[in-house]
Design a protein around this ligand. Structure first.
Ligand SMILES: Cc1cc2nc3c(=O)[nH]c(=O)nc-3n(C[C@H](O)[C@H](O)[C@H](O)COP(=O)(O)OP(=O)(O)OC[C@H]3O[C@@H](n4cnc5c(N)ncnc54)[C@H](O)[C@@H]3O)c2cc1C
Length: 495
């Protein structure tokens, strides 16, 4: 009897797990090889001393994207993962004064906007109406592969141009709805999910804040890491093999065709290989430079990478009276962004995000205690910042800043603490330059100009996750799994 075809997936992050589930019913054998001792990648957890934190994602947006993956194996997302839609979805606090409790209640939201800027009050409903239409037009771009230059001049994309305005920044686009720069920030800070400033980020990404308001922000009980744990269980129940503690050390080739992988435990022959590991790091370490034409080491080093994050995971005595998600915008936001993206230095007046998850989910801390997850956007690794020398002083600055914005006596209430710096993202989590959101999403690095789902440099290799099309962030990563699985079905399974 002929042997089954075998597909190997490198990495059990959300992209790798979603691809495993989508291909699980296709009759091929599937193995996921994961270097660490747990599934989930950046969407895993830190659990210590009774405190539990999400390592990375805390905003679960647009569950519809994951729902499609669950439906492919006959399951309903909401039956498998308990989750709650948050309202307000977050508080956005301007350190220069004032805050907005973001909600999809048009009247409540418009009233809050009116308090800041009366002339902007009607902008919210206009913004929602226009972006609803924009998302419908963009949907085919998010669910189809971009394999060559012709994909860019396809009728579906050309139809989109007048609405997408490719050369316009997100901030400029938002001026049509909101005159007050603070309100524009409330609708554009989401570009940080892509690791970009709203003054540079293309205007098409206005759909990010639209999606939050239209479809909600969810908190899965136990955190976003529960999503990848459940996905791993479902993948296994559907026959996918997951091998932990088995890093892939090399992709094996016959000329330019990938034929297998070598791990710390041995060699495996593969009919196709899916790379979910961080694209730039994996390309540079697993595929010899001479086999890469478009993505040579030199070309990768000339690309633009996203910002990184300085993380504090704090176990706290008691519970602060602040909402679940809180975004603190620097008094000097422009300068803060330039520190991150252009000057590559540490901001003295940083913006940051604090998750106070125990107000919704007390399961995350021992009784009487709570967790604070603090994310500070900072430059990716750069020679200007020596994290060995700066970690402790930057940690102290952030604690002081938190005390200033209302986390009183924080210093004395910390009973557990863990720090992750850009250098740790790079060395311990294998992320190129510690750029947590992968290649930036500027127009030169999107659609067919991003590393393609069917990897263009070597036959038999496919990409999935934040490093390929459409981009970073859980909903789009799940779309990338759909695109990549379709390509593998066409090339390998139906062939
Ligand atoms: C701090 C932070 C906050 C974020 N917040 C959000 C948010 O709120 N909402 C949102 O939607 N997104 C967020 N993201 C972005 C994104 O959704 C997550 O980072 C997501 O986990 C990326 O998924 P991925 O599939 O691309 O790969 P990853 O999660 O990076 O998984 C890749 C896997 O490959 C494994 N691997 C690497 N090399 C090898 C090898 N050689 N052999 C075997 N295995 C290997 C890794 O160990 C890892 O498990 C955040 C990211 C970070 C870091």
């Amino acid at each position: 009897m002929a042997k089954n075809k075998h597909i190997y997936i490198i990495g059990a992050g959300p992209g790798g797990l979603a691809t495993g589930i989508l291909l699980s019913k296709s009759g091929v054998d599937i193995t996921i090889l994961e270097r660490s001792n747990t599934v989930g990648g950046r969407t895993s957890s830190i659990s210590e001393n009774g405190f539990k934190f999400d390592l990375g994602p805390t905003f679960f947006l647009y569950p519809q994207a994951l729902e499609k993956i669950f439906q492919s194996v006959g399951l309903n997302l909401m039956d498998e993962i308990e989750m709650e839609r948050l309202d307000p979805q977050y508080r956005i606090i301007f350190k220069s004064g004032g805050h907005i409790d973001a909600t999809n209640d048009i009247k409540l939201m418009s009233d809050q906007i009116k308090n800041f800027a009366p002339e902007d009050a009607n902008g919210f409903s206009k913004f929602m109406d226009e972006n609803r239409e924009k998302l419908v037009k963009m949907e085919p771009c998010l669910t189809n592969p971009f394999l060559n230059i012709f994909s860019l001049i396809s009728p579906r994309l050309l139809k989109l141009l007048p609405m997408v305005k490719p050369n316009q920044s997100l901030d400029t686009y938002l001026k049509r709805f909101f005159k007050d720069p603070r309100i524009r920030l409330a609708f554009s800070f989401q570009s940080k999910y892509l690791g970009m400033s709203p003054f540079v980020c293309p205007s098409l990404f206005s759909i990010l804040s639209f999606i939050e308001y239209e479809y909600g922000i969810y908190h899965p009980t136990g955190g976003c890491n529960e999503i990848t744990k459940v996905m791993a269980r479902i993948a296994k129940e559907n026959g996918v093999e997951i091998k932990l503690n088995e890093p892939v050390e090399e992709i094996l080739f016959d000329k330019n065709k990938a034929t297998g992988v070598r791990t710390n435990k041995g060699n495996y022959r593969a009919d196709a290989i899916v790379m979910n590991a961080d694209f730039a790091r994996a390309a540079k370490t697993l595929i010899p430079n001479r086999k890469r034409k478009r993505w040579t080491d030199q070309k990768i080093s000339n690309k633009n990478f996203s910002c990184s994050t300085f993380m504090l995971y704090l176990g706290i005595e008691g519970l602060y009276d602040v909402p679940h998600h809180n975004i603190y915008i620097s008094e000097d936001y422009q300068s803060n962004l330039e520190d991150i993206e252009r000057r590559h230095v540490l901001s003295k007046l940083p913006s940051f995000y604090v998750q106070n998850a125990c107000v919704t989910d007390p399961s995350l801390a021992p009784k009487g205690n709570s967790t604070l997850y603090v994310l500070v956007p900072v430059s990716h690794e750069h020679e200007n910042i020596d994290w060995t020398a700066n970690t402790s002083s930057y940690r102290n600055l952030i604690i002081q800043e938190l005390e200033k914005v209302g986390f009183t006596n924080l210093k004395n209430r910390i009973i557990y603490e863990k720090i992750i710096t850009p250098a740790n993202w790079s060395n311990q989590y294998n992320i190129h330059l510690g750029a947590t959101f992968n290649l930036s999403h500027n127009l030169k690095q999107m659609l067919y100009l991003r590393p393609r789902n069917r990897f263009e440099d070597c036959e038999g290799i496919y990409l999935v996750g934040g490093g390929t099309h459409p981009g970073s962030g859980l909903p789009v990563i799940f779309e990338s799994a759909g695109i990549t699985s379709k390509l593998i079905a066409e090339d390998i399974i139906l062939n």
